[in-house]
Design a protein around this ligand. Sequence first.
Ligand code: SDX
Length: 393
Amino acid sequence: QAGVFTYDPGFTSTAACDSTITFIDGTEGILTHRGYQIGELAEKSHYLEVCYLLLYGELPSPAQLEEFESLVTNHTMLHEQMMNFFRGFRRDAHPMAVMVGVVGAMSAFYHDSTDINDPHQREVASIRLIAKMPTIAAMAYKYTIGQPFIYPRNDLDYASNFLRMCFAVPAEDYNVDPILSRAMDRIFTLHADHEQNASTSTVRLASSSGANPFACIAAGIACLWGPAHGGANQACLEMLKEIGTPDRIPEFIARAKDKDDPFRLMGFGHRVYKNFDPRATVMKQSADEVLELLGVENNPILQVAKELEKAALEDPYFSEKKLFPNVDFYSGIILEAMGFPTSMFTPIFALARTVGWISQWKEQLADPQLKIGRPRQLYQGSDIRSYTDIEKR
Ligand code: SDX
């Protein structure tokens, strides 16, 4: 139920909706999913178990987890006719453009899971989306690099399947590196859900009109693409590369502080966190681990990132405005070290966030009172006035 509540001492906000899924304390830098802290989930759980938690509210029993993982694994293939849909795009299309199009097109292929009033169809759509997103993202990538699609395999876990679909080629065997698979799974977990962010609010708003689940998720993907939101991971790595060396950091810090310069430090700041984003803390640890295990711990971009973070945190402009690194600051460094081009960073974010969008979509459908109502405005335009014929204008 939308209402006004006191969020922090002296800080009030108008809530978009009630929810029981994710809690963020922006002042303390706390993020929980169904009460479990993100740092503990990232360390002790894995993505599909976090998906179960977000979807159903509790950690699964061994039998429940086995059944859920089997269900997801056995729905990873796409309708074969959808391959034609991919081929309608230009080869140089951004993978996010392909994902928006293909996920929206699922409305035309999976008719038996579009009736939002049928709980069974809602469940089928949920599983299909979570299961097929890695396949769609990997195929979007393969298509843009001109390589053949690699089909999913049922003997691989979720993250390993995705890595293999992205990096395997028919000409040779591909063995998934367990280090990369664990890092990939952790990145999925860190991006799974995040309360009422812009793309989740978009999904809820689309859902409130009764749109089918595939159309709602396509709307979420479109919103996530923006550089101020999910596109920040790509923008951040491109910024770090533009900085290039630590001696250029002061120049970019000065630009970020300049009111007349639209430049912002990508991967820094957050609408809610006025403390460290707890996901950034885990991501930074993961960056150190993965790059060391890959033997690229001396990656100059990682050094620039660490120096930039240090310089910004020591600068009064950022500390006074409570600007800290967010989830996007280190993620791109890991993804590039894993072999992904920057254009695949946001598709990976979208893949991981699908379970959050779906969980919030299901929560809203289960209780229409939770839906984000029709936003109003404060009209600042002209008073009512009469039409003037063109001859008199
Ligand atoms: C995500 O909502 C979510 O949960 C999103 C997300 C999720 O998981 O779904 O967490 C994912 O989107 C993370 C954010 C990724 N975006 C970026 O990293 C892009 C860079 N960040 C900025 O664009 C910005 O920080 C925003 C958009 C994220 C937030 O902008 P706000 O709402 O303006 O932030 P603010 O109110 O805290 O800003 C306070 C001041 C402002 O200046 P003044 O008007 O007070 O003079 O700080 C400035 C801002 O202009 N500021 C920055 C800055 N971020 C805010 N100045 C320089 N560099 C920055 N990065």
